[in-house]
Design a protein around this ligand. Structure first.
Ligand SMILES: Cc1cc2nc3c(=O)[nH]c(=O)nc-3n(C[C@H](O)[C@H](O)[C@H](O)COP(=O)(O)OP(=O)(O)OC[C@H]3O[C@@H](n4cnc5c(N)ncnc54)[C@H](O)[C@@H]3O)c2cc1C
Length: 497
């Protein structure tokens, strides 16, 4: 009989691990607490509009395609990738606008429009960070880092020194770029893993550089199309997905996980894979101190966590061609306002990420207008200074909309709102059990990456595994897909032993 695997949580990590294990002959059952699957990659649907709940930037399409080839399927039968051009439109509070294209002549024109010196600096930055990317992709992102010797061998240490990640992203960028808007544009993107560019390691300059070199993509129908494709494949391979069934506890006996306690009773398994945000899962689903291993409540409270996000969803009656698909708006006093999210306050002049998928994908809207997600970084719930009550939400919404209205051509946006909704850190916490309502889980700072991130396999129960954003290699859909590949290899290795 095939080994039975229970997967707790139907986020990208849970779904992709389920699919890989099914294709290796395991009998897989997924339990998801919510009505819909996908976890943080989810959907808000309204009469006229379809919004991606959170993730919208598709970098590095290869990991998305790899899961299809892993199960011998052609991704083209399930997904339509559309290349985005320009990759970003940049607006600044000082009124300047610039497009950043992958096309080198277009890019050079934009950069030379800023200054010849910065154009040169930008290309040098691309070249230097590209080298780091090649090293980290080969030596860190695709490797499991489960054992001490994976990290601490001479070869890996030399490579780690080569990608010398000690200065902050902002300082590193500043060595190459003089123009403040261009610096801030690059620094803003390094924040996509929930770390401050003024504090976090410069390895995250990989984010703007990889986007610039490899491009950005959109999935027809939005990011949720990927969740639908995974779910379709899981069912085709004979897997089971049970929604609205919350797992209350992982049950152990004599050094093994023997199943889970759910709202529908106890379910037994040979292997348990937990996709619930690691710190939440260890704190709440692993009740026996022994099986928590070193992750006691005290240890969890001492660990560092990524920031959260506040998102406004706007369904508009009118099109705004001034916006591209991905837009960044740099507010005044960039540093002070960006750091607010990491110091426990709300920004007074926020910088914004504005996503307008309807610019290139009319399947996201049913009217003649546009749909927008407007996102800012905010403190996670470990900071108690900010309360997410109605008054504060309304105030923050007004501040954000007044910044949006300062963009040329968007002055009348408020009059054309047909639908408005928002998503706060409180919902991130209650809906997905995201520890402290963070957007990206455990902070991927230097002391919490690679070997130092929680390991896929429990040290105390060798048939309990973890997958997702808070694990190695880190947050973001592509990395979580890598994490599912690595955890599957770990499970298969165990069988071969
Ligand atoms: C606002 C925001 C913007 C982002 N933007 C991008 C982007 O542009 N590009 C990108 O690549 N990435 C982006 N990300 C990151 C990306 O979305 C995440 O890294 C990824 O989706 C996390 O997947 P996961 O499987 O680790 O976890 P999750 O999505 O958190 O999945 C965990 C699942 O477990 C379920 N669960 C929890 N507790 C239980 C329980 N007790 N029983 C049963 N089920 C349970 C949850 O409901 C959830 O479905 C963004 C994230 C956020 C929040």
């Amino acid at each position: 009989m095939n080994k039975k695997v229970i997967i707790v949580g139907a986020g990208i990590g849970g779904l992709s691990t389920a699919l890989r294990l099914l294709s290796n002959g395991y009998d897989v059952e997924i339990y998801e607490k919510n009505k819909t699957i996908g976890g943080r990659v989810n959907l808000i649907e309204n009469k006229n509009f379809r919004f991606d709940l959170s993730a919208s930037i598709l970098m590095m399409p290869d990991p998305y395609k790899e899961i299809f080839s892993y199960v011998n399927k052609n991704y083209r039968d399930y997904l339509e990738f559309i290349q985005i051009d320009p990759i970003y439109r940049l607006f600044s509070a000082d009124g300047t606008t610039n497009d950043f294209n992958n096309n080198i002549p277009c890019l050079t024109k934009t950069l030379e429009g800023i200054s010849k010196e910065d154009s040169l600096g930008y290309f040098k930055l691309l070249s230097d960070v590209y080298e780091k990317y090649l090293i980290s992709n080969k030596y860190f992102l695709q490797r499991s880092e489960e054992s001490f010797k994976d990290l601490f061998n001479l070869d890996t240490l030399l490579k780690a020194l080569k990608i010398h990640t000690l200065s902050t992203s902002y300082d590193y960028i500043s060595k190459y770029i003089k123009d403040e808007n261009l610096r801030n544009f690059l620094a803003f993107q390094t924040m996509y893993v929930g770390i401050s560019p003024f504090n976090g390691p410069n390895i995250y300059t990989l984010i703007p550089v990889v986007s610039q070199l490899y491009g950005l993509w959109h999935l027809k129908g939005g990011m949720y199309s990927f969740v639908n494709a995974l779910s379709k494949l899981i069912l085709e391979f004979g897997g089971t997905i049970k929604t609205e069934v919350a797992v209350e506890e992982i049950i152990f006996l004599k050094g093994k996980a023997i199943g889970v306690k759910t709202s529908q009773g106890i379910k037994k398994a040979d292997i348990v894979v937990c996709n619930v945000d690691f710190p939440y899962a260890i704190k709440n689903l692993v009740k026996d101190e022994y099986y928590k291993d070193k992750y006691t409540d005290k240890k969890l409270s001492e660990m560092k966590y990524s920031c959260s996000t506040f998102i406004i969803y706007l369904g508009l009656r009118k099109k705004y061609p001034q916006l591209s698909v991905h837009n960044i708006y740099l507010g005044k006093n960039f540093k002070e306002n960006i750091e607010a999210a990491f110091k426990g306050t709300l920004p007074k002049s926020p910088s914004l990420y504005i996503y307008c998928p309807s610019r290139i994908d009319r399947s996201m809207v049913k009217n003649e207008g546009d749909c927008l997600n407007i996102m800012i970084r905010v403190p996670n719930l470990l900071f108690k200074e900010v309360t997410w009550d109605k008054d504060n939400i309304n105030l923050l919404t007004d501040i954000i909309l007044s910044e949006v209205k300062s963009i040329k051509g968007l002055e009348d946006i408020e009059e054309n709102i047909e639908y408005i909704n928002c998503f706060t850190p409180l919902e991130m916490e209650s809906k997905f059990n995201a520890y402290a309502g963070t957007a990206f889980g455990l902070s991927p700072n230097l002391m919490q990456t690679n070997y130092f991130r929680p390991h896929f396999k429990s040290n105390k129960a060798n048939n309990l595994f973890f997958v997702g954003s808070s694990m190695h290699p880190g947050p973001g859909i592509s990395l979580v897909l890598n994490s599912s590949k690595l955890v599957t290899e770990e499970i298969l290795k165990q069988i071969r032993k």
